[in-house]
Design a protein around this ligand. Structure first.
Ligand SMILES: Nc1ncnc2c1ncn2[C@@H]1O[C@H](COP(=O)(O)OP(=O)(O)OP(=O)(O)O)[C@@H](O)[C@H]1O
Length: 434
């Protein structure tokens, strides 16, 4: 089915003004006008070379996911198109604002600073709502597995549901399904993959709600800083021990919007938690992350400090000398990782330049590694299996949480008992000697 064949097929279905607007690995997307209803729509058609079992599986999977999720924060299917010659497609609302990827690319191209916190929240909150809704569906939540800027579509004007929607559910999977089978060999996009997906134990069969939320946080980081986190570390670190450079790092600071530049420490605390290498330490819900980020923009330093890293987690660090990052601006001069990262690694040479004087991010003096915070490395291969697919609403609670209080009570009891015994002994001795 080449483009002109698809166009004439769509015209026979009653569409006019049919034009190609996008295409990915699986489908070609056309904009058209439905003359019966007098509205502009988008139509996704399956590519001819994907008219094989796998391609059709993805296409049907997307339709099934969209029908099941049915949220105002995701694209939805107006109708399915099919004929007995094997032509396939489905009609959706047309989003005329392009994709978030295009918006980010344009900003980089124009050498503009990063997005303000308010704009990040504006574009990402609807996506966060979509994720929370689909993750919490019962009996089985859906996992998107390919959250990235190219899959966030934008409206020209906001509706009640905001500016953006989450799209492209070709490899989405329901929790029940994930126990049975995986769809497609490549899961997601590497630039937006979670650390646990690099684990040796990760077969691609498992998928995690937390992985979707992690990808959302990566997008927020990219929007604020105009850097992709993957660009900021050698490949080996990306695959094993990811660290999040602080907003106060000079190279990043140079690109921050003024609103974000006023709240670097608060953003650091939020990002540290959202991008933690350990899934259960992240925000359990995507909207909680967006709320915490929004509070940074409103000067909610105290709120962020409290909500970003619970006290229990701030003290729950391995005895290897690593210190909790809370309380340190990530751009501070401390390298608490217990082993400096080699940030002059040749891999850093591949960091793309987006033009302008602030675009030489990793030369001496503005090397983020010089001010790397606690890396809190976690070998993803060591992550507990259940954590990888844990439901967001039920984050594992560190066992240490209740212990300090109990220990304090015990200590008080023992001290009181000793004092009473001492008092009795002194009284007895006094009585005997008198
Ligand atoms: N409803 C829509 N309105 C406007 N543009 C759309 C719409 N749906 C898709 N597009 C455009 O078409 C492109 C490809 O769509 P989509 O990502 O769904 O296809 P895909 O083949 O599954 O892609 P990929 O291989 O990247 O996963 C999008 O990036 C976007 O530019």
């Amino acid at each position: 089915m080449n483009d002109s064949r698809v166009v004439s097929w769509l015209e026979r279905q009653g569409y006019v003004n049919v034009r190609r607007i996008g295409g990915g690995g699986m489908g070609t997307v056309f904009a058209a006008t439905d003359i019966d209803l007098g509205r502009n729509v988008a139509i996704k058609t399956v590519l001819p070379e994907l008219h094989n079992e796998e391609g059709l599986k993805r296409f049907h999977n997307e339709m099934k996911a969209l029908a099941a999720i049915h949220s105002s924060y995701v694209t939805h299917i107006n109708k399915k198109l099919a004929d007995n010659e094997g032509n396939l497609g489905f009609e959706m609302e047309l989003f005329e604002g392009g994709t978030l990827e295009e918006l980010i690319r344009e900003r980089r191209h124009n050498n503009e600073p990063g997005f303000s916190i308010s704009d990040v929240v504006k574009y990402l909150r609807p996506v966060a709502k979509a994720l929370d809704q689909m993750h919490s569906m019962r009996p089985d939540g859906w996992i998107h597995r390919d959250v990235k800027p190219a899959n966030i579509l934008l409206r020209r004007r906001p509706t009640d549901s905001g500016y953006s929607v989450l799209s492209d559910f070709g490899i989405a999977i329901s929790e029940g399904q994930s126990r049975l089978t995986a769809i497609g060999n490549v899961i997601g996009t590497e630039n937006y993959s979670s650390p646990e997906s690099n684990s040796r134990d990760y077969s691609g069969q498992e998928a995690s709600f937390s992985g979707d939320n992690y990808a959302l946080a990566l997008i927020a980081f990219e929007m604020l800083t105009m850097y992709h986190l993957k660009e900021m570390m050698p490949d080996s670190a990306w695959r094993a021990k990811r660290t999040v450079p602080g907003m106060g790092t000079p190279a990043i600071m140079a690109r921050l919007d003024p609103q974000a530049a006023m709240a670097t420490q608060q953003i650091d605390a939020v990002m540290e938690r959202a991008l933690d290498n350990t899934p259960y330490k992240r925000f359990p819900e995507a909207c909680q992350f967006i709320d915490a980020l929004e509070a940074c923009g409103k000067g909610g330093a105290e709120l962020n400090a409290r909500s970003a890293v619970p006290e229990s987690q701030a003290t729950n660090y391995p005895a290897s000398g690593q210190l909790p990052a809370m309380g340190f601006g990530m751009g501070s001069a401390h390298n608490l990782a217990g082993g400096a990262q080699n940030w002059s690694n040749p891999a850093m040479g591949s960091v793309p330049s987006y033009g302008g004087s602030s675009n030489a991010p990793f030369r001496s003096g503005i090397n983020p590694g010089a001010s790397m915070p606690s890396a809190r490395p976690v070998q993803s291969a060591q992550l507990p299996q259940q954590v990888q697919s844990a439901r967001p609403a039920q984050p594992a609670r560190p066992a240490q949480l209740a212990r300090p209080q109990k220990d304090n009570n015990n200590a008080l009891m023992i001290t009181a008992t000793i004092l009473i015994i001492l008092a009795i002994a002194v009284t007895t001795i006094a009585l005997v000697t008198s």
